[in-house]
Each structure stands twice: as structure tokens, then as C-alpha cells.
Unconditional design. Structure first.
Length: 160
């Protein structure tokens, strides 16, 4: 349902020309507040998450990292690319390796990883077209951290 009191926000617009005092109602969805309807920006203490869910801004590095790579499929995709020869895989190879992912979700995750500069995409003008994904510098810098998480998880699993 809607919160009882509307929250005043500045409407979309890049400068002081935007009028103030405009009111928008926020809808509570899964513990997060989400603007109802219009393209009015969320309050200043919140950022718009890529998946459309509003998250509160934070200085916490863990939450920052989870926002970028915390979705179910992104780490496995990065891990398979990192583990491949020349840290490069073709789309079809990823489709085979990442068991259980749909083509739509793989494409979405690859686009987001490319947008966030973890991977690079190279397309060849072959028939059918060939697309290769490689780790970018940002992706390569993440691998030692993933290896540490792998080691930790491996120890935890053995200890059960």
C-alpha cells in the first residue's frame, strides 16, 4: 500500500529551474520505497538500482560490490571467462558452461558486465556472427578476490 505521508521531492530536471515542493507518493515494495508512477527521481539519500529496485546509498564497499556483481549469474559468468584459455569465451561456450541460465538472462548479464567494464565484447563478421567475451582490466582485478572467496567456501564445505 501507499505510505501515509507523501514525500516532497524536486521533479526531474537538471537545474534550479525545476520547481520545488512537488509531492510524490512512494509505494512500499519488498522493504524498499519505490516512486509511484512518474519519472521523478528518488530522494537524495537513495540511488536507483539497475534492476529498478531502490536501494539506499551507502559507503559500504560490500554493498557497492554486491550491487555490481551480486546477481545470481554474474560471478559464474566472470569465473568461467577467467578460467578459459586467454580469458576469452564465445557466447555459445558460455551458454553451455553456465548451466541453468536462459539465453535472455545470459545476454542481459553480459550486457551489464560489459556496461560496468568487467568484460569486453568483440564481434566478428562471420556467418553466423561470432561474439567473444574477455575479461577487461576491471574484471581481471576482481579475480584474486573471487579466488579468496573460492578458498574460503571450499574450506567451509570441507568442514561440514
Amino acid at each position: 500500500g501507499l505510505m501515509d505521508s507523501p514525500v516532497p521531492v524536486r521533479p526531474a530536471g537538471n537545474g534550479p529551474e525545476g520547481e520545488t515542493g512537488t509531492t510524490v507518493r512512494y509505494q512500499k515494495t519488498g522493504g524498499f520505497l519505490k516512486p509511484e508512477g512518474a519519472l521523478i527521481p528518488p530522494p537524495k539519500d537513495a540511488i536507483q538500482h539497475r534492476m529498478g529496485v531502490e536501494v539506499h546509498e551507502t559507503d559500504c564497499p560490500i554493498l557497492y560490490a554486491m550491487d555490481l556483481i551480486g546477481q545470481k549469474w554474474k560471478l559464474p559468468i566472470l569465473w568461467y571467462i577467467a578460467d578459459a584459455e586467454n580469458q576469452t569465451l564465445r557466447y555459445r561456450e558460455l551458454e553451455r558452461k553456465v548451466v541453468g541460465i536462459t539465453a535472455t538472462m545470459l545476454t542481459k548479464c553480459l550486457r551489464e558486465l560489459e556496461r560496468d567494464k568487467f568484460i569486453t565484447r568483440k564481434q566478428y563478421s562471420t556467418i553466423p556472427p561470432t561474439v567473444e567475451y574477455s575479461l577487461a582490466d576491471r574484471g581481471k582485478s576482481l579475480i584474486p578476490a573471487l579466488e579468496s572467496v573460492y578458498q574460503w567456501a571450499d574450506e567451509q564445505m570441507k568442514g561440514q
